[in-house]
Design a protein around this ligand. Structure first.
Ligand SMILES: Cc1ncc(COP(=O)(O)O)c(C=O)c1O
Ligand SMILES: N[C@@H](CCCC[NH3+])C(=O)O
Length: 431
């Protein structure tokens, strides 16, 4: 069936697709409004303005618990870069997750959220002295060394006994977008297997550093469980001797459009657990503590973004945000599934491109989505799956103030990050 054949058969209130795209418990009201966490989304748009990022707190917490339940023997670290919001770091810590950060800024969000350094791990391919100093000042327990030279820089700054891991390139192709494929040679992260022994020796020779394990991260928006199994086997084969820690990184995929599936966390747990035991037994190594660093798979589908329609042309609906709050279409060719909220429409559904307000033809959010033909300026659109790497990667392109972040739960709304103002932006411009 083609889209054109399906469109006229849809009713005035299109059902929400199943499968984890929207936060758990999201409902369509009889008036076409969308209720998330018991809160009216058109009400949120009216009260907080648009664009507005909304996070469903119970959904985020439930996904965090799911990871812990699937891998009770592992330490689950929330990838803080995916949603550097104090409340989110706090929820994750309350659910028993640790935190992975990669900059002084993320360390400070962790500190402000009350996440103790003992539960934080720092990584990054080009950590500045400021990043390292911020981490050490907060007592960050583990730091992932990404290059040979970093051993000396870190060793000179840190106290005796600093726990370190080494990020290694496992040579596993995650088969995701090239810009976020990080487990193969020819990209900037980690130490090649052949360079590993020299880095191990350099750490061993440093009085302040204590090597506890190896780290890898094969990429992001990875759908294949088998890629992680492969990574476990490769990583254990690279162990220079018994180590207490194997950090497999994150990257577990999230659905962005109807029909895409939620990552199989239980499948991951089973296959990784077996691979780890087998590989360690074969090499007569003790089984190390397993660490994983999910970001997107925890928080992406807890989030949605509300936009107001500003302009309409045949085939196009333009909204009051775009690549400044969502650079993912331009970076990775990502596409989303917006829906009209706030009113029911019986108008014919027509294939529509939802585009942003920025000065580039590539500034689009969705192509070929079935929207009612009568969508007009002032309408509100809701876009699911925006909880990860949206607020985190927002920019001020075209001097656009960044959007607010609001969280909802049990009918309650909390403003977590206030909307930026043009005065905020001008204050930095000293003339
Ligand atoms: C080292 C590391 N860990 C964890 C993550 C989290 O990735 P994701 O949000 O895709 O789970 C990233 C980002 O890809 C990363 O670079
Ligand atoms: N920012 C990317 C993923 C990179 C994750 C960080 N290593 C995204 O939105 O898909």
């Amino acid at each position: 069936m083609t889209l054109a054949e399906i469109l006229p058969s849809l009713g005035a209130l299109d059902p929400l697709p199943r499968g984890g795209l929207w936060p758990e418990g999201t409902r369509v009201g009889p008036d076409g409004d969308l209720l998330v966490g018991g809160v009216s989304m058109s009400g949120v748009a009216a009260r907080f303005g648009t664009p507005c990022h909304v996070l469903d707190e119970p959904h985020a917490r439930a996904r965090a618990r799911e990871f812990r339940a699937a891998l009770p023997e592992a330490e689950v670290l929330f990838a803080g870069k995916s949603s550097p919001v104090r409340a989110v770091y706090r929820w994750m810590a309350e659910e028993g997750l640790s935190l992975d950060v990669c900059s002084a800024g993320e360390v400070e969000v962790a500190r402000a959220a009350g996440v103790p350094g003992a539960r934080v791990l720092l990584h990054g391919n080009a950590k500045t002295d400021d990043d390292l100093k911020a981490a050490l000042a907060h007592g960050v327990r583990r730091i992932v060394v990404d290059s040979p030279a970093e051993v000396d820089t870190l060793g000179a700054l840190c106290p005796a006994g600093q726990e370190v891991l080494i990020r290694v390139i496992p040579g596993v192709d995650a088969r995701t977008h090239r810009a976020i494929t990080t487990g193969v040679s020819g990209q900037k992260f980690g130490v090649a297997p052949e360079a590993l022994p020299a880095v191990v020796d350099r750490i061993a020779a440093h009085p302040n550093l204590r090597l506890v394990g190896l780290h890898c991260h094969i990429g992001s928006q990875v759908g294949r469980v088998a890629a992680y199994e492969e990574a476990v086997r490769r990583m254990v084969s690279l162990f220079p001797g018994p180590l207490t820690t194997l950090d497999l990184g994150g990257g577990f995929a999230a659905p962005y459009r109807p029909g895409e599936s939620t990552f199989d966390i239980t499948g991951l747990a089973n296959r990784v657990r077996i691979a780890l035991r087998q590989e360690c037994a074969a090499r007569r190594l003790p089984v190390p503590n397993l660490l994983i660093e999910p970001g997107r798979a925890v928080i992406a589908n807890a989030g949605l973004t509300l936009y107001r329609v500003v302009a309409v042309k045949p085939g196009f609906v333009a909204v009051d945000g775009g690549m400044s709050d969502n650079p993912r279409p331009s970076l990775y060719g990502a596409r989303y599934a917006p829906r009209l909220i706030g009113r029911a429409s019986g108008a014919r559904r027509v294939p529509t491109a939802v585009v942003g307000r920025h000065c580039e033809a590539g500034d689009l959010i969705a192509e070929d989505v079935a929207l009612p033909q009568d969508v007009h300026p002032g309408d509100v659109l809701a876009v699911p799956a925006t909880g990860a790497y949206h607020y985190a990667m927002a920019s001020n392109y075209n001097m656009t103030p960044r959007a607010a972040v609001v969280s909802v739960r049990d009918g309650q709304t909390d403003l977590r990050v206030r909307r930026e103002t043009i005065s905020d932006l001008l204050r930095r411009d000293l003339g």
